[in-house]
Design a protein around this ligand. Structure first.
Ligand SMILES: [Zn+2]
Length: 393
């Protein structure tokens, strides 16, 4: 009965109008997930897994690795070439996974349980990425990168640990990957869930309880502070699986902006946890979307500008990887073209990051090295039912 009442309450709340923010300038925000998250280690790891019987290469995420310092430099090269009317470069909001699996003590433990290695302490054994942390920080100082919080692991730890306790094909698959220095490949094992979401539970119980989420978020925020000498102001839950407890906890840790996935054309608005909620509106994923085209992305951005809402571009880190498979070059060419087309059509375009948007809706201005920039912000009422598109997830 309780869950029926909860569902009715949630449905009723979706019908309540909210105030959405609209802007009189074209705004582009680039949001990108999974930075710092280790995947397939290198060619040797790839061959090891193929020898163990995994037919790697069936999907792009089989070849997901981890960015290199060269990938970051090439990306910054494109972003710095694109400056807006205020002289600021295009800026990528990078959502970080701030810990990886610590394979050395895990192996000593016979791969029976998880040990984590904070990204601030480096990368797991046999992973080699010289200059990577320095590369993140350089981009942040330059204004082309902005660090935000994704989580400490992408998968649900309790779901994986439960599987490890069984002698099953699932446990064997996990250990095969771990022996090759790869934490997981999600599409091959969706039962690992997402950090705050355990798929083995009943539908309405899959989100972890508030105290558990609190522990995980507190741990992530601590590592983030060590990594970047600041607290995160924006966050995106792994798999976009967040609930009221996630939002309230984020808010308690000083996070101001909640990033949400694509599928709707929702304007920025305040909701749970007094967070500014942003929804992605442009699907810029050349590495994984066979239907990707620059033209289509330009069309999605133009539709946002017409409605007076920011073009919030989703572009996951895999698109910039080159270590095992070169996804990077195609993406950078496409990104360059995308930004060139938009800025030539809209000379008044501005590149903002999440915190700028927060400042803008609060104060009507955001800070640039040249002083405060004002943009007219208006509020219009909308309901969730109005903005849910056919592709909503
Ligand atoms: Zn992610």
């Amino acid at each position: 009965m309780l869950s029926v009442a909860k569902k009715l309450w949630q449905r009723g709340r979706a019908l309540l109008p909210k105030a959405g923010f609209h802007f009189d300038r074209p705004i582009v925000v680039l949001q990108s997930d999974d930075w710092g998250r280790a995947g397939l280690r290198d060619r040797q790891g790839l061959e090891q897994l193929r020898a163990a019987g995994l037919n790697l290469g069936e999907r792009p995420y089989d070849l997901y690795s981890l960015e290199t310092a060269e990938d970051l430099a090439a990306l910054r090269g494109v972003l710095t070439r694109h400056r807006d009317s205020a002289g600021r470069p295009a800026c990528l909001e990078m959502n970080f996974i701030v810990a990886n699996l610590n394979f050395a003590p895990m192996e000593a433990d016979d791969f029976r349980r998880i040990h984590l290695l904070p990204l601030s302490d480096g990368l797991p054994r046999d992973w080699d990425r010289p200059g990577l942390l320095h590369g993140y920080r350089e981009g942040i100082v330059e204004g082309t990168f902005r660090a935000a919080l994704h989580g400490s692991t992408h998968f649900c730890r309790s779901a994986v640990e439960r599987e490890l306790g069984n002698s099953s094909d699932r446990a064997e698959l996990i250990r095969t990957l771990w022996r090759a220095g790869t934490p997981y490949i999600h599409w091959r094992m969706p039962w690992i869930g997402y950090e705050y979401w355990d798929p083995s539970d009943k539908e309405d119980k899959r989100m972890l309880p508030r105290n558990k989420q609190g522990e995980l978020i507190g741990y992530s925020v601590g590592i983030f502070a060590k990594l970047f000498s600041t607290l995160p102001r924006s966050a995106c839950a792994p798999g976009y699986r967040a609930d009221e407890n996630t939002h309230r906890t984020w808010s308690q840790y000083g996070i101001r902006v909640a990033q949400n996935g694509p599928g709707t054309c929702t304007p920025p608005h305040f909701a749970e946890g007094d967070l500014l909620h942003l929804c992605r509106t442009v699907d810029f994923e050349p590495a994984v979307n066979p239907a990707f085209s620059v033209e289509r992305c330009v069309g999605e951005a133009e539709a946002c500008f017409q409605r007076g809402i920011p073009a919030i571009v989703s572009v996951h880190s895999i698109n910039f990887h080159s270590a095992v498979h070169n996804f990077r070059d195609k993406t950078l060419l496409a990104l360059d073209e995308f930004l060139t087309v938009l800025s030539s059509r809209h000379p008044d375009l501005v590149y903002l990051h999440d915190e700028d948007l927060y400042d803008l809706v609060q104060n009507g201005s955001y800070q640039t090295p040249g002083g405060a920039m004002r943009i007219n912000v208006t509020k219009k009422k909308f309901t969730k039912a109005e903005v849910v598109g056919p592709g909503a997830a």
